[in-house]
Design a protein around this ligand. Structure first.
Ligand SMILES: *Cc1c(COP(=O)(O)O)cnc(C)c1O
Length: 362
């Protein structure tokens, strides 16, 4: 058997891609993926195990995830006039949006550097991707360029992460409003990092027909469950829901997430600690000679290393068993930039120690 059919039949745009790579973190201090570093308290684990023991998996899940949807609306303070749709992670929601509003001849606009899944999913679904460069000085929106791109490409979809990944900053809310008002298609505000900031468009989601707000439980501390949410006007959500695969939220996720959200105060305390430690880590990085951290409203910090040294420092950290994210080479504005997730105080110390050793070449 030969594999000629692969060359002949796999769509060229897929053939030209690389699979989404996840670094092996075995035995490392893992600060690469914006996970919450805190496990559940023992008493909570006990109650959870008991709940799962009483859960049957021989039947399909609740197709509408009714109970979970109620708990989620409450936890995320979705306005009563808005409808919600759940996804197997918010990545799946991006995919559903692209299947609903995208396709050949349609354009997705976002900003670069930004979240890579927008570009990838545009390619999967045959959409054109148009990335508008951020302002190089502070990673803010380049309003003129963005509004011009919207005028010229008439995008079916605009995605803005708020706060932005991988830069960590919040864009100007007034400019985002201008984007919503001038975009002909849907504007999605991706609030994956909502637990780490007070800023949000959720209270205003029913104010504009072409606005939707996306959230995820991943960064809050439930990355393993894979659960995301889209809020928007009912007329929009009804259409997107048609592209949702049946039973996309499995029974264990439905039960576990409902249970976890009934103990929201535990996660609020954890994310509160992370917010506090983010400021300590930012201050510590700013003190290190040659390191320039950028202000963050998320659970990670982007920082720039001395010219030409970013990739070497990333490797040096890895040799010292600290895994972060190397962004050098991913965009012209991110030369020598690395991104570190805020971990526990001990992990943050290990990272700082390893960074200082690497810089000193010891
Ligand atoms: C992490 C992240 C997501 C993906 O979240 P999942 O719900 O885990 O799929 C979406 N958007 C941004 C900006 C992110 O950083």
């Amino acid at each position: 058997m030969n594999d000629d059919f692969v060359k002949r039949w796999v769509r060229p745009e897929i053939g030209a891609m690389h699979a989404y790579a996840v670094a092996d973190a075995t035995g490392m201090v893992k600060l690469d993926a914006m996970e919450n570093p805190y496990a559940w308290p023992p008493a909570l684990r006990e109650d959870w195990s008991r709940l799962l023991q009483g859960t049957d998996v021989n039947r399909y899940p609740d197709p509408r995830a009714g109970e979970l949807t109620r708990v989620l609306r409450d936890a995320m303070q979705v306005p009563p006039g808005a409808e919600v749709l759940l996804g197997n992670g918010s990545d799946e929601i991006i995919q559903m949006l692209a299947m609903t509003l995208g396709g050949p001849g349609r354009t997705l606009v976002s900003v670069d550097p930004g979240f890579v899944m927008y570009r990838l999913i545009a390619a999967f679904t045959g959409m054109a991707y148009h990335g508008v460069a951020l302002d190089g000085s502070d990673f803010g929106l380049d309003a003129d360029a963005l509004l011009q791109a919207i005028r010229e490409t008439e995008p079916a979809l605009v995605f803005l992460a708020y706060p932005n990944n991988p830069t960590g900053n919040l864009f100007d809310a007034g400019l985002i409003e201008q984007v919503i008002e001038s975009a002909p298609g849907l504007v999605v505000i991706d609030e994956a990092y909502a637990p780490f900031t007070d800023a949000s468009f959720m209270p205003r989601v029913d104010e504009f027909a072409n606005l939707a707000v996306m959230r995820t439980l991943s960064k809050m501390g439930l990355a393993g469950l894979r659960l995301g949410l889209l809020a928007g006007r009912p007329s929009l959500i009804r259409e997107v829901d048609k592209t949702r695969l049946p039973y996309n939220i499995n029974t264990l996720t439905q039960r576990s997430a409902s249970f976890a959200l009934e103990h929201l105060e535990i996660f609020d305390a954890q994310t509160g600690t992370i917010r506090h430690d983010r400021e300590l880590l930012y201050g510590a990085l700013a003190e290190i000679d040659g390191i320039t951290p950028y202000p963050s409203a998320a659970n990670f910090i982007l920082f720039r290393c001395p010219a030409g040294r970013g990739p070497g420092i990333f490797e040096g950290l890895k040799q010292r068993n600290v895994l972060i994210k190397n962004l050098d080479g991913s965009h012209a504005l991110l030369r020598d930039c690395l991104r570190v997730t805020v971990g526990t105080p001990q992990e943050n110390d290990r990272f700082q120690q390893a960074l200082k050793e690497t810089l000193a070449g010891t």
